[in-house]
Design a protein around this ligand. Structure first.
Ligand SMILES: Cc1cc2nc3c(=O)[nH]c(=O)nc-3n(C[C@H](O)[C@H](O)[C@H](O)COP(=O)(O)O)c2cc1C
Length: 176
C-alpha cells in the first residue's frame, strides 16, 4: 500500500477479535514506525509501554467512560500507553519562547505513524484520549503523564471499512 492507501485504510477500530494474538514482530513494526516520527529538536519526548494479556485488560478498564465509552478496548489484545517525557533542552527553550506545546504535537505525530503502520500490517487500532491517568500510571509503573493510549489488535467482524467523514477541503485549506 502507498501512503494514501494506508491513510484511507486506517480507521478507528472499535471491534477486535479477542482470541487472535498479535504477533510480536507486528507490535515491533508499529513501534519502529513510531520511532521514525519527526519531533521538535528530535527530542522524542515520549515513552511507549506495551501492555498485553491481563495487564492490557486491566488497562483497558481504565479507559472506560460514561455511556459505554471505550467499552471495546477490553477486547484489544494489546494496548500501547504513550507517556510524556521531559523536553530536551532546546525544545524546552523553544516551547517557552514561542509559547507552544511541542510535546503534544510530537506525541500526536508518533501516534499517527504508529497507527498508519498498524494499518499497513493489517491490524486495527484506535487512539484513546480518555483514560484515568493516575490509575493507569500506577498500574503500568509510569512516572510521567500519560497522553494517549492506543488499542491494537486484529479487527473483529463488526469492524467493516467506513467512508471517511471529514470537513470539506474548502473549509480546511486556504490558498493565498
Ligand atoms: C487525540 C485523539 C483522542 C481520541 N480519543 C478517542 C477515545 O477516547 N475513544 C474513541 O473511541 N476514539 C477516540 N479517538 C478517535 C477519533 O474519534 C477518530 O479518530 C475520529 O472520529 C476519526 O475517525 P477515524 O479514526 O475512524 O478516521 C481519538 C482520536 C484522537 C486523535
Amino acid at each position: 500500500m502507498n501512503f494514501t492507501e494506508i491513510a484511507n485504510a486506517r480507521q478507528s477500530c472499535r471491534s477486535y477479535d479477542p482470541c487472535r494474538i498479535v504477533e510480536k514482530e507486528k507490535i515491533e513494526a508499529v513501534l519502529h514506525a513510531a520511532r521514525l516520527a519527526p519531533s521538535a529538536c528530535n527530542g522524542q519526548p515520549y515513552h511507549f509501554t506495551v501492555c498485553r494479556g491481563d495487564i492490557a485488560r486491566e488497562a483497558a478498564l481504565l479507559t472506560r467512560g460514561m455511556g459505554g465509552m471505550n467499552k471495546f478496548a477490553v477486547d484489544a489484545p494489546v494496548l500501547i500507553v504513550i507517556s510524556e517525557q521531559p523536553y530536551v533542552r532546546s525544545a524546552a527553550l523553544g516551547a517557552r519562547a514561542k509559547n507552544n506545546d511541542y510535546r503534544s504535537m510530537d506525541i500526536g505525530i508518533a501516534a499517527a505513524y504508529l497507527t498508519a503502520e498498524a494499518a499497513a500490517q493489517g491490524l486495527g487500532s484506535c487512539i484513546l484520549g480518555w483514560f484515568d491517568d493516575a490509575k493507569l500510571r500506577s498500574l503500568c509503573g509510569i512516572e510521567h503523564p500519560i497522553r494517549l493510549v492506543i488499542t491494537l489488535g486484529y479487527p473483529g467482524e463488526k469492524d467493516q471499512p467506513r467512508d471517511k467523514k471529514r470537513k470539506e477541503m474548502e473549509e480546511l485549506v486556504s490558498w493565498l
